[in-house]
Design a protein around this ligand. Structure first.
Ligand code: PBG
Length: 334
């Protein structure tokens, strides 16, 4: 026998002991469910995101109702905008009769208690496929973009959005959106800021889903990536600068994106900020799990539940994940 004073395995011996000392929990209210919507009158599956669809507005309400019944309390909406409605300045983003405002109004009528979160950025509406306006010289313009983003946020708030999610990474946008919302009486509409959003290859399937990747148009030199505004994956202290700014500008919740390869950033923000922290388990991460599970190389259910629990352990209060309804169902079944 070894002469051991400490045997950590004592507390791992039975399920009851393990439950007593478990430090992290996961429940459906921790999850935010992203949903893609389009103008067509049928749902359309998304090839690189098995199990996800572009929802037609007629079917969206039922899916949101299903999520509510599973215990999910927040959904975030992303639009696939028809090519004919895209423009260089993305002005369709603040059309109050546009796809997203209409979707919000319907959902608020059908499911008034579900928290509706929106995305603020130009990419689904931009003929250049960027989150901001691209100048004739190929520069993504900051201040000009922020003006349009404010109008977009206002249109979403007017339609009934509860949480506005600026995902564009323009400087100063949180403060100007906050002021705009307040000036128009929307003091109760919150801002969940994409605080540390990295320029990542993990967004590929999402850009397929919305057909929103940067693209060449005419003679204008269009940057092929988002490196001039999204963060460099090599940097971590920079996330703290962004967090300080968003905190000072009036954000209610801070977000880190992508998730899994960035859990160190989640932990850092958790340590340094007193605000709730969200993490985005993005499309590429979802696609990898789905692909491996389809091949029988991993078991989907335990992998997903472990992954989401680890987001919580790293310090995320909230997790945006396409697995949300499946995970909520599995959590319910125990
Ligand atoms: C748009 C936006 C993106 C995502 C959320 N909002 C894509 C991007 O920045 O190119 C990605 C989400 C995902 O991959 O699941 N600004």
């Amino acid at each position: 026998m070894l002469d051991l004073l400490h045997r950590p395995r004592r507390l791992r011996r039975t399920p009851a002991l393990r439950a007593m000392v478990r430090q992290t929990s996961l429940q459906a209210t921790d999850l935010i469910y992203p949903l893609f919507v389009h103008e067509e009158d049928r749902n359309e599956p998304i090839g690189s995101m098995p199990g996800c669809q572009r929802w037609c507005l007629d079917a969206l309400g039922d899916e949101v109702g299903r999520a509510w019944d599973l215990g999910i309390r927040c959904v975030v909406l992303f639009p696939k905008v028809a090519d004919g409605l895209k423009s260089e300045d993305g002005a369709e983003c603040f059309n109050e009769g546009g796809l997203i405002p209409r979707a919000i109004r319907r959902l608020k009528a059908e499911h008034p208690h579900m928290v509706i979160m929106t995305d603020v950025a130009l990419d689904p509406y931009s003929s250049d496929g960027h989150d901001g306006i691209v100048s004739p010289h190929g520069v993504v313009l900051n201040d000009e973009t922020v003006e349009i983003l404010c109008q977009q946020a206002l249109a979403q708030a007017r339609a009934g959005a509860d949480l506005i999610g600026p995902s564009d990474m323009m400087d100063g946008r949180v403060e100007v959106i906050r002021t705009t919302l307040d000036d128009h009486g929307f003091t109760d509409v919150g801002i969940i800021s994409y605080t540390a959003k990295y320029s990542s290859a993990y967004y590929g399937p999402f850009r397929d889903a919305l057909d929103s990747a940067p693209r060449a148009s005419g003679d204008k030199p269009i940057p092929t990536n988002k490196d001039s505004y999204q963060m460099d994956p090599a940097n971590s202290r920079e996330a703290l600068i962004e967090a300080d700014l968003d905190n000072g500008e009036g954000a209610d919740i801070l977000m880190v994106k992508p998730g899994l390869a960035y859990l160190d950033i989640v932990a850092k923000l958790r340590d340094k900020s007193t605000l709730p922290i969200a993490a985005y388990n993005v499309s590429g991460e979802y696609a990898m799990v789905k692909a491996a599970a389809e091949r029988g190389w991993i078991e989907e259910r335990p992998v997903v539940l472990e992954t989401l629990l680890c987001f919580r352990r790293a310090g995320a209060d909230l997790i945006l994940t396409y697995h949300a309804p499946d995970a909520a169902l599995w959590l319910r079944k125990g």
